[in-house]
Ligand binder design. Structure first.
Ligand code: 2BA
Length: 108
């Protein structure tokens, strides 16, 4: 079995969860925050059979889109934060997916 931890953008999370439910995957949704942008994103924890891994990844790939975002990165100054006056473009990937081998899934 596999344990998937999929970090997706909030904008894609609703459609992704709808589709995953339709094709009978189970998941837990966590409201998370990206360490770099300090903006909300969505993390789905999923336990699934090895043979359904590709189906699950295909579903995520079909729905989750990469997007560009303009940010103003902070520079840490001695007396506190100082902000650059010009923005920088960051590409946020469609999804970041960790795939782990799972020994057991126990439901009590
Ligand atoms: P954030 O940490 O908010 O990062 C958002 C986007 O900012 C990243 O998109 C990347 O394009 C850029 N970025 C991140 N750190 C950067 C840095 N030090 N310098 C310049 N640009 C940087 P993604 O790579 O697609 O990541 C989207 C979200 O997935 C991340 O949000 C984070 O929540 C998660 N993530 C990505 N890689 C991860 C990892 N190795 N471990 C844990 N979480 C990860």
């Amino acid at each position: 079995m596999k344990l998937l931890i999929a970090i997706v953008q909030d904008e894609d999370a609703g459609e992704l969860m709808q589709e995953l439910t339709k094709i009978k995957f189970q998941f837990t949704k966590l409201a998370t925050t990206g360490g770099f942008l300090r903006a909300g994103n969505t993390t789905l924890i999923m336990g699934l059979e090895d043979e359904r891994l590709k189906e699950c990844l295909d579903c995520i790939e079909n729905i989750c889109k990469s997007r560009k975002q303009l940010i103003t990165p902070p520079i840490m100054g001695g007396a506190g934060e100082v902000y650059l006056s010009y923005p920088m473009e960051v590409t946020i990937g469609g999804a970041t997916v960790f795939v782990l081998d799972m020994e057991q899934l126990i439901k009590i």
